[in-house]
Design a protein around this ligand. Sequence first.
Ligand code: KIV
Length: 283
Amino acid sequence: MSKRIFVPDLIRKRQRGEAITMLTAYDFTFASLVDQAGVDVILVGDSLGTVVQGHETTIPVTVDQMVYHVSLVARAAKSALVVADLPFMSYQPGPEVALQNAGRFIKEAGAAAVKLEGGQTVSETIRRIVDAGIPVMGHVGLTPQSFHTMGGHKIQGKRSADAKRLLADAKAVENAGAFCVVLEGIPASLAEQITNNLSIPTIGIGAGSKCSGQVLVLHDLLGITPLGEGAPPKFVKQYANLKETILSAVANFITDVKSGEFPTTEHEYKASPEKSGPRRVVS
Ligand code: KIV
């Protein structure tokens, strides 16, 4: 079994120029596989809302739902660092509410760190959580919890004023004490500029190759993104087509049951052989 990964290991990886790998997981089975495969960080993302719960956005996800899913993943992760996403309205009301909720993820669910979206406007909140001894991962650029403000899941930072603001946001996250920051849905050149201006690692998703690491939603990578969502976004690389594998396995099961091919005697239990003769009575 590989060594357990802690926050300082990720900082050292960035200093050595070693790429950091992060994937999402939401349950014990997938988290065990991702952990065994050797990923550095498992993010229990609030993408739970779209990927697992079938919502259009991440907005409906609650703290209680996230605590439950984080506990499943934390039980599975033997070496990866488990990061819990703070869902919408679990930190926006202010630093004290945020700290209470962040504390639940560490204490009740077994996460090692929390993630929250935003830059300059959440820096006080990040500072409060970090000061309480909870590592925080920032998230700037395309921040899915701002779906309505952004007008959908839109690429951010294309115009120079927006790019400047995002650089300032990432700096604010670092200055507030975050150990790492996710850069989502921004031009590759801006992600490179932000990475070069920070000393903490950046983890990109749809942010080009110059970040300190990369994250993908596991279901996208495996080719099992829910059917309603259409084609995965341009930044996704699909490493497997599990959708085809699952559909054909289930279709084969249906065919076999209907035709009597399953179960066969090899799947049956035998009754215990009857004991012959008088039973010996033990007094
Ligand atoms: O919720 C999530 O899965 C995320 C990643 C896409 C970074 O925030």
